[in-house]
Write a protein that binds this ligand. Structure first.
Ligand SMILES: [Zn+2]
Ligand SMILES: [Zn+2]
Length: 467
C-alpha cells in the first residue's frame, strides 16, 4: 500500500534519529590517524553505507509500487531517484533493482548485513535474478551458488560470474541480448571548425574488445617525457591505427587508387613565405604550413604546373621522399625513434628531414632520422628542435613563436608549381603546451542514441558501471 503523504511521527522519527547520529559523528575532533586505524574505520564506514544503501533500495521499491502520480512528473521511479536524490543513472538503477528483487535474495541480504558482500555484489545479484526470472526460456534462478561466488570475488570479477550464470540458465536470452547489443552499434562523425572531427559511438562487446586490443599497444607512453594523458594517447592511437591501415595498402581501392591522405600546397607555403596560402588536406580543409612540411617529410610528392590562368599544364610523376631504399637503410640504422628516451619501433615511425627538402635539405641519410609520430609532431608544430651532435641526438625546447621553425628563410620568386603530397596519415597531437587544454564538447544530438538493451549487463556508454 502506498501513502501519498502525511507520514506519522514514528516514520519520520527513525530517519531523524539517523540524521542526528550522522551529525554527531561528523562533528567529532578530526586529527591525523595511523593508517591501520584509518583502514579499520573505512571498512566499517563502507559497511554502514552498504546497509543504508539496502534501506534506500527497499524504499525505492516502495516508491516504484506507488501510483505514477507519486513520481511527481518523472517518467519512472528510476528517473525520480536519479533527479530528486541527485545521483547517477547507474546508482538509481541499482537501487530500484535491489529493492525489486529483495524478496528473491534473502540469503544475499543477510550476507550484506553481515559484511560478507558489498552493495555492488547485491546489485549484480539483483539484476541477474531479474534477468533469469523474467525470461520464459530460463531455468530456475539459484541464489546460493551465485552468492558463494560473491563472497569470494571482487565486484568486477563477480560481474563475469553473473554473466556465466545467466548463460548457463538461459543461453537463448543471453544470445538475444548480445545480438541486441550488436544491433545498437553506431559511430557518429561530426565535422567541427578547422577541419576537426567529433566522434561518438557505441560498440558491442566483441567490437569493443577488438578495438581495444588494437589500440592499447599504440596508446603506451612514448618515453619518459610523454606527458599526454591516457585519453589523449588513445585518441592518437586511433589515428595511428588508421595510419597503419592506410600504409599497409590493404584497404579497398576507391576510384582506382589505394586510399591515402592527400595534401596540396604551393611552394610558397612549403617554404613558409609570408603571404602564402595554407595547405589543403582532403577531408579536412586548410592546414598550416608546418603541418604540410611534416606530412611532406615522408611522402610521395608530385609537381603540378599551372599557367597564369590556373589551368593545369603538366602533372609530374609522384616521387617518393625519401626513396624506398633510403628508407630501408634509415630504419636499419636508427632502429626506431631517435628522440632521446623514446622506445617506439621503426614500424611506428616516420622519416624526418633535419633540414626540410623544401628549404634545400637533402634526402640523404645524413639529413634524415627516424622518428615516431608523436615526436614528429613535436619537432614540427610543437616547435622543438632535433639536432645531431657528436654525442648523438639532442632535443632543444621551443623558442618564441616569432623566431620558431615556421620562420623560414626567404627564397627567391617561386615558380608556379604546386606539389601534391600523398602521405601516410601522420596527424598526431602531443603534450599540453601550445594545445587547447579543453576538449570541445560534442555538438547537440539530432536524434537519440540507439538504446542499450535491458539486460543486466547492458549500460549506455555514458553510464558508469558499478565495478
Ligand atoms: Zn619532419
Ligand atoms: Zn618517439
Amino acid at each position: 500500500m502506498c501513502h501519498g503523504g502525511g507520514e506519522t511521527t514514528a516514520q519520520t522519527g527513525d530517519i531523524a534519529a539517523l540524521e542526528s547520529a550522522v551529525t554527531l559523528f561528523r562533528v567529532r575532533r578530526r586529527g591525523v590517524r595511523p593508517a591501520a586505524q584509518l583502514r579499520d574505520r573505512m571498512l566499517r564506514l563502507r559497511h554502514v553505507m552498504d546497509v543504508l544503501e539496502l534501506e534506500f533500495a527497499q524504499d525505492a521499491a516502495g516508491l516504484a509500487g506507488c501510483d505514477e502520480l507519486e513520481w511527481q512528473g518523472h517518467s519512472s521511479p528510476i528517473q525520480w531517484v536519479k533527479h530528486e536524490c541527485r545521483t547517477t543513472a547507474s546508482a538509481a538503477i541499482d537501487a530500484c533493482d535491489v529493492g525489486a528483487q529483495a524478496t528473491r535474495l534473502p540469503e544475499s541480504l543477510h550476507a550484506l548485513e553481515g559484511g560478507a558482500i558489498g552493495f555492488g555484489h547485491l546489485a549484480l545479484l539483483a539484476r541477474t535474478a531479474e534477468a533469469i526470472t523474467s525470461s520464459e526460456t530460463a531455468s530456475a534462478f539459484e541464489e546460493a551458488p551465485l552468492l558463494a561466488k560473491a563472497r569470494e570475488h571482487s565486484v568486477s570479477r563477480f560481474r563475469h560470474d553473473c554473466e556465466h550464470a545467466r548463460h548457463a540458465a538461459d543461453q537463448r536470452r543471453f544470445l538475444t541480448d548480445q545480438v541486441d547489443q550488436m544491433e545498437a552499434r553506431t559511430l557518429e562523425l561530426k565535422p567541427a571548425a578547422g577541419g576537426a572531427l567529433f566522434l561518438r559511438g557505441f560498440l558491442d562487446g566483441e567490437g569493443g574488445a577488438t578495438l581495444r586490443t588494437a589500440l592499447e599497444p599504440l596508446a603506451r607512453k612514448a618515453g619518459d617525457d610523454d606527458l599526454r594523458h591516457r585519453d589523449r594517447r588513445l585518441a592518437d592511437a586511433l589515428v595511428e591505427l588508421a595510419g597503419h591501415a592506410l600504409d599497409s595498402g590493404a584497404l579497398p581501392q576507391s576510384t582506382g587508387e589505394r586510399p591515402h591522405l592527400q595534401v596540396t600546397a604551393t611552394l610558397d607555403t612549403l617554404r613558409g613565405l609570408d603571404g602564402s596560402p595554407a595547405g589543403e588536406l582532403d577531408w579536412c580543409g586548410p592546414i598550416a604550413a608546418e603541418t604540410v612540411r611534416r606530412l611532406g617529410c615522408d611522402a610521395a610528392v608530385a609537381r603540378v604546373l599551372f599557367d597564369t590562368e590556373s589551368a593545369v599544364l603538366d602533372v609530374g610523376r609522384a616521387r617518393r621522399v625519401p626513396a624506398a631504399a633510403t628508407r630501408r637503410a634509415l630504419r636499419a640504422r636508427d632502429r626506431g625513434c631517435v628522440w632521446p628516451g623514446c622506445d617506439r619501433p621503426s614500424s611506428s615511425s616516420q622519416a624526418h628531414h633535419l633540414r626540410h627538402w623544401a628549404q634545400g635539405g637533402s634526402t640523404d641519410l645524413d639529413n634524415l632520422v627516424t622518428i615516431c609520430r608523436a615526436h614528429h609532431w613535436k619537432v614540427h608544430e610543437g616547435g622543438w628542435r632535433l639536432v645531431r651532435t657528436d654525442q648523438g641526438m639532442v632535443v632543444l625546447p621551443p623558442v618564441p613563436l616569432d623566431v620558431g621553425p615556421s620562420a623560414m628563410p626567404a627564397a627567391g620568386a617561386p615558380p608556379a608549381v604546386t606539389p601534391v603530397i600523398e602521405v601516410p596519415p601522420s596527424v598526431l597531437l602531443d603534450t599540453p603546451w601550445r594545445w587547447a587544454p579543453e576538449t570541445p564538447s560534442f555538438p547537440e544530438r539530432e536524434s537519440p542514441r540507439p538504446g542499450a538493451t535491458s539486460t543486466p549487463q547492458a549500460r549506455g556508454p555514458d553510464e558508469p558501471s558499478t565495478a
